[in-house]
Design a binder for this molecule. Structure first.
Ligand SMILES: C[S@@+](CC[C@H](N)C(=O)[O-])C[C@H]1O[C@@H](n2cnc3c(N)ncnc32)[C@H](O)[C@@H]1O
Length: 274
């Protein structure tokens, strides 16, 4: 989660096997702490074009399947597939239903035929992909003409309080890296998909203490997995330093954790459209 004020370089995000293993381990605890994820995915569904009726949808980075079930309710006649890189997440989601199929796959190499999907829905997953241009190219390939990709992601500024607090303690990267919002704008603009909506919205969660936040990140599987993170144990002195540094951000509601959420809705033009 990051921290870096520069956009991440390809390869600077964590290894995909680590991402998959971390989310697989978190499958059982994820839903109990996924308040932000619920709010963001719901806000993404609200941004889908009105009267849009996909026949085939794909929930990309489906996690525990909360939004697969929401899509199944919204589009009861459609055929839905949940795709995730973490087998453990799919195993958790499958018995809960929603999608017709559960497939292990990578957003950068979608396991679907070209022009086979009407709606590609992805909430808070593609921030884990270092090659976002590849994600968009795959979206363009797999969507039917007239199809829609809706994604929510995170950009620079996310968990800035945690990053700045750690930097005050030891200057190291303890927060995953995110792209700049401008990078999302540029890549979406160059994707060959029409941008219907692209905006950055801050969401702030409050915690009574820092441990509440760090335990939650771990339960989500979203704690720092960056190359260059500190691999050693967090010593007592460093943790004390972190708690003290984070206190400068305290507000009446508690300690804030800001998430800078990117919402986007993209449309694949019909053949013959400009
Ligand atoms: C924060 S969870 C979000 C889950 C779900 N969309 C939700 O909103 O509750 C992110 C999910 O993306 C998956 N993921 C990460 N990188 C991925 C990739 N390259 N391709 C597919 N899924 C990926 C993770 O395994 C995890 O299940």
């Amino acid at each position: 989660m990051t921290d870096l004020s520069t956009p991440p370089l390809p390869g600077a995000l964590p290894d995909k096997r680590q991402v998959a293993a971390s989310f697989s381990r978190a499958a059982a605890s994820y839903d109990s702490v996924a308040e932000l994820q619920r709010n963001v995915g719901t806000a993404l569904i609200e941004r889908l074009p009105q009267h849009f009726q996909p026949r085939r949808w794909l929930d990309l980075g489906s996690g525990t399947g909360y939004f697969s079930r929401a899509l199944a309710c919204a589009y009861p006649d459609a055929y839905g597939v949940a795709v995730d890189i973490a087998e453990g997440m799919l195993q958790h989601a499958r018995p809960l239903g929603g999608a017709a199929g559960y497939v292990v796959g990578d957003a950068e190499r979608l396991p679907v035929r070209s022009s086979s999907v009407d709606l590609l829905f992805s909430s808070l997953a593609v921030q884990w992909c270092s090659d976002f241009a590849a994600v968009l190219a795959e979206a363009r390939r797999s969507l039917q003409p007239g199809g829609v990709m809706a994604f929510a992601s995170l950009c620079v500024g996310t968990l800035r309080e945690l990053r700045e607090s750690w930097q005050a303690v030891d200057g190291l990267v303890h927060v995953n890296r995110f792209r700049q919002f401008e990078e999302y704008q540029r890549l979406c603009g160059e994707s060959g998909l029409q941008v219907l909506c692209l905006e950055q919205v801050p969401h702030v969660l409050y915690y009574p203490d820092v441990r509440g936040l760090t335990h939650e990140l771990k339960a989500l599987g979203a704690h720092n997995l960056n190359p260059g993170r500190n691999g050693g144990l967090t010593g007592r002195a460093r943790m004390t330093g972190l708690l003290q540094a984070y206190e400068q951000f305290r507000q009446p509601q508690g300690l804030p954790a800001t998430y800078q959420v990117v919402y986007a809705v993209l449309h694949k033009p019909l053949e013959g459209d400009n």
